[in-house]
Write a protein that binds this ligand. Structure first.
Ligand code: PMT
Length: 306
């Protein structure tokens, strides 16, 4: 029977054949022959629009530094990174550039020539080369979002195919995601008028997608969520609760004012303090953090494949 005829069977037979094709296919490999590891890094805060033709919105704080720096260390460790980031937030390989690189790094020497200013040339060169290398090797794909609607829809689009990677996939959910939103159908279409007096608005709760991600979208993936608090007294307790409630492999707990200095990685067995240490040449906390995650993920892959 030729393959065309075969695919014309009943829907159930076709489904079974498709399933059998994918489940028996050899796993995808990296160029170096090792199993392909993919991490989805989410970064930056989501907005909640108050009007469909949005003039005003509620925002969640995140500069995107954690996600951008972590992406660099994951790429260095050989992971392919899907970087799901809020438009306008920090980008991988750009941390040494000034705020407005286009205007601050270049000068116009005559009518047609533009050159990089000497003091920024090293930083510009490194950013361009490292970013291009990562993209060329297929290790970096950047996808932007702004609103909570875009973020969760794109996350789901990414998660479904990543499910096929089983334990080789990581979700590193550093984005600061809105807990409340205005459902699209009940949102004002046009700019809300201030002449109508004080604004009363009831926000609906955004479903916690961590449970859905773990249960339905990517049940075998290594899942890392974050917990941010401003009160250090409740931080570890909340991180522990999130670990159990959403069945995460790790929760990275951080306090707003010290988030660049230290984080605590909470797992079911231990709580590990990870610190940056300038004197020891560790100038970003993401460096030891990603090292620890790669170690734990390798062990997880090994135990899952036994
Ligand atoms: O970007 P920086 O300035 O460098 O700062 C980094 C950071 C402090 C933002 C980051 O390290 C961090 O902690 N991010 C998570 C912020 C947070 O508190 O998220 P949350 O409590 O809203 O959510 C906790 C987890 O649930 C997150 O992993 C989030 O992706 C997830 N979530 C949240 C809401 C929701 N409806 N569904 C979710 O899945």
């Amino acid at each position: 029977m030729d393959s065309r005829n075969k695919l014309e069977g009943t829907p159930a037979t076709v489904d079974a054949e498709i399933e059998s094709f994918f489940s028996s296919a050899p796993p995808l490999k990296n160029r170096n022959g090792g199993p392909r590891r993919v991490v989805c890094v989410t970064s930056g805060g989501t907005t909640v629009p108050l009007e469909q033709r949005c003039v005003r919105y509620i925002d969640n704080f995140s500069s995107g530094h954690r996600g951008a720096a972590s992406t660099e260390y994951f790429v260095k460790a050989g992971y392919a990174v899907i970087f799901l980031y809020r438009r306008g937030t920090c980008q991988p390989y750009c941390s040494s550039l000034p705020d407005d690189p286009l205007l601050e790094c270049f000068e116009s020497t005559n009518e047609s020539n533009i050159q990089v200013l000497q003091e920024h040339s090293e930083a510009v060169k490194t950013a361009i080369v490292e970013n291009r290398d990562a993209v060329k090797q297929g290790l970096l794909l950047k996808l932007p979002f702004t609103t909570i609607f875009e973020y969760l829809q794109i996350l789901r689009i990414i998660a479904l195919p990543m499910c096929n990677l089983g334990p080789n996939a990581i979700f590193y959910l550093a984005a600061a995601v809105s807990d409340f939103y205005v459902p699209w159908q009940s949102m004002a279409e046009h700019k809300i008028q201030s002449a109508s007096g004080p604004l009363n608005m009831q926000l609906a709760q955004v479903p916690k997608m961590l449970s859905v991600l773990r249960r339905d979208w990517a049940p075998l993936a290594f899942c890392i969520s974050f917990k941010l608090e401003t009160d250090s007294k409740i931080l570890l307790e909340k991180a522990d609760a999130a670990l159990k409630k959403y069945n995460m492999n790790m929760v990275v707990a951080n306090e707003l004012s010290t988030r660049k200095e230290e984080v605590v990685v909470v797992t079911s067995e231990e709580k590990i303090l990870v610190r940056r240490n300038k004197a020891m040449g560790v100038d970003e906390v993401e460096n030891p953090l990603i090292q620890l995650i790669v170690e734990r993920h390798s062990a997880y892959m090994e135990s899952s494949n036994q």
